[in-house]
Design a protein around this ligand. Structure first.
Ligand code: SF4
Ligand code: SF4
Length: 277
């Protein structure tokens, strides 16, 4: 039966063991976490003044990569497909404002916390300490940054996951009768997964990355290495825009939505075929 075991969870990291799930489906969740889950990000920037050393384009790019809080926004704002064109409807965009100026002897670093929300106090930078621009003496920048919902497949700035990886779960066995305790495997293992305890070789499979170096140095062929069937580790690390468990749930939801759309168009095609015969 399909099962999920949480092995690590905090504000930014979720590590799961997925049980009895085909590899293709587990991998679809991994990819959807990176590419399909909606988040807010700055889409365009209007400059009213910029006398800093950085061009408008560089500043706009830096601002766009700042993760924005999206947990409430994804239920509130319109989907990107509804916001295309030069005249998007209400509920697509939300703006943040930045204004800074230095005196004749002054220098100033502008941080992400200096981006002030205008309409929605919930859409703000997740981290306030990301340096954006350094102003020299007598420089000024005034801009308005407009954010909307998007998906990582459109641009990485909309991806809520900085890491989403799926790995096999190793199964390493040492055949004690063949082992001569030469310890070559202990020396070779790059992750220190192998140790000697009470004159026996012991393997911590959770540290193993399946590199097979222990197998390659073990002349008596005392090590057997494979991986568990239909069990995988999924690790999601969030940019902070969404909680990692929300990224996982939204990823599953996106796959479900796509399958339902696929089912609907499939039915339409076949009802057409049936009607004509
Ligand atoms: S390399 Fe093989 S024989 Fe040597 S200690 Fe490791 S398991 Fe035993
Ligand atoms: S496969 Fe690599 S990581 Fe795993 S136990 Fe062997 S040497 Fe260590």
């Amino acid at each position: 039966m399909v099962g999920i075991e949480i092995t690590e969870k905090n504000d930014t990291v979720l590590a799961l063991v997925l049980r009895d799930i085909p590899l293709e489906f587990a991998n679809a969740i991994r990819r959807a976490a990176l590419e399909e889950v909606l988040t807010m990000a700055i889409d365009y920037v209007v400059f009213y003044d910029n006398t800093t050393a950085l061009s408008d384009e560089i500043i706009a790019h830096r601002i766009a990569m700042v993760p924005l809080r999206s947990d409430l926004a994804i239920d509130k704002y319109r989907r990107p497909e509804e916001c295309r064109g030069s005249n998007p409807p209400e509920g697509c965009y939300v703006s943040l404002y930045l204004e800074a100026e230095t005196g004749p002897q002054e220098e100033l670093v502008i941080y992400s916390k200096d981006l002030k929300p205008q309409e929605d106090p919930e859409v703000v930078p997740v981290y306030g300490d990301i340096p954006l621009i350094k102003l020299g003496p007598q420089q000024r920048v005034v801009l308005e940054a407009w954010a909307r919902l998007g998906r990582g497949r459109e641009h990485i700035k909309w991806s809520p996951a900085t890491v989403s990886v799926l790995t096999y779960i190793p199964n390493v066995r040492v055949i004690t009768e063949r082992c001569n305790l030469c310890r070559l495997c202990v020396e070779r293992c790059p992750t220190k997964a192998i140790s000697v305890v009470n004159d026996r070789i012991v393997v911590d499979s959770t540290k193993c990355n399946l590199c097979r170096q222990c197998v390659s140095v073990c002349e008596p062929e005392a090590i057997e290495l494979d991986w568990e069937k239909d069990r995988y580790r999924l690790l999601i690390e969030s940019s902070g825009s969404l909680k990692p468990e929300r990224i996982f749930l939204e990823a599953v939801l996106q796959i479900k939505t796509k399958l339902l759309e696929f089912q609907r168009s499939f039915k339409e095609v076949f009802s057409g075929v049936g009607g004509g015969s």
